[in-house]
Write a protein that binds this ligand. Structure first.
Ligand code: ADP
Ligand code: MG
Length: 231
């Protein structure tokens, strides 16, 4: 496989079984796609076609029902995430794969700098160094300095979402998964988030993204995979 490939899924399917009702709910079916370094692959398709489920399979929140998820690790090896151990998955989430949704989960008393520095602290980087890097990133994304020492819990949707992305970016992940990161934003905040996604691409991260708006797909996507309704 090519060296700029970060991720390649082959025939990935996810179904849910509701045991109580003995029901079988098909979600994403037979999806094969690629994500390349520094490029964005957009997952499109009507609501309910399994886009979010697919992303969760990559992050292994869900175990896929069928298919393979080949991921090119920082060590230069190919690992099938569908078969990887829980330990391997946790390690990848800590160091290489980030996931951003439209909601930032934060604690009311945790400062913005601490929220953004957390992934570095989890990697064992010293507190002062981690905070310095967080501050540098916050100034890069032009988040007003008066907000740095307070909790994002009180921020506007746009400010919160920029912190959310900053936290995912600080690791320079190899793979970034985005599930409608701009869905709840006001029109002024959207260009700022777009700018951040561009800079993540430039830094070489491969991105797999779902956008609520086709305009964003046009603006940011290098490749597009359209999921079709099943059954
Ligand atoms: N945890 C779950 N349990 C049962 N069904 C689910 C679960 N998550 C998603 N689904 C079902 O999978 C299908 C696809 O959902 P989803 O992946 O959220 O689609 P999309 O993101 O494209 O709107 C839907 O029919 C949904 O109800
Ligand atoms: Mg969804």
């Amino acid at each position: 496989m090519y060296s700029n490939l970060i991720l390649r899924t082959e025939g990935l399917s996810k179904s849910f079984i509701l045991h109580e009702q003995q029901k079988h709910i098909p979600s994403a079916q037979n999806v094969s796609l690629e994500v390349k370094a520094g490029k964005l692959t957009a997952l499109t398709g009507a609501s309910g076609t399994g886009k979010s489920s697919f992303l969760k399979c990559i992050y292994r929140t869900y175990l896929p029902t069928e298919g393979a998820i080949y991921y090119h690790t920082d060590d230069g090896e190919w690992l099938d995430l569908a078969k990887a151990s829980e330990r391997e998955i946790l390690e990848l989430r800590r160091a290489e794969i980030s996931f951003v949704t439209q909601f930032l989960h934060c604690l009311p008393r945790q400062s913005t700098v601490d929220v953004v520095a957390k992934p570095l602290l989890d990697l064992g980087i010293e507190r002062i160094e981690a905070k310095d890097q967080a501050k540098e990133l916050l100034s890069q994304i032009k988040l007003p300095e008066r907000l740095w020492e307070i909790s994002p819990a009180t921020f506007s949707g746009g400010e919160k979402q920029r912190v959310n992305l900053a936290r995912a970016m600080i690791l320079h992940p190899r793979l970034l998964l985005l599930d409608e990161p701009t869905a709840s934003l006001d029109p002024v905040s959207i260009p700022r988030v777009i700018e951040m996604v561009r800079s993540v691409k430039k830094a070489g991260t491969g991105i797999l993204a779902i956008f609520h708006d086709q305009e964003l797909v046009k603006e940011l996507a290098d490749f597009e995979i359209n999921l079709v309704p099943t059954n």
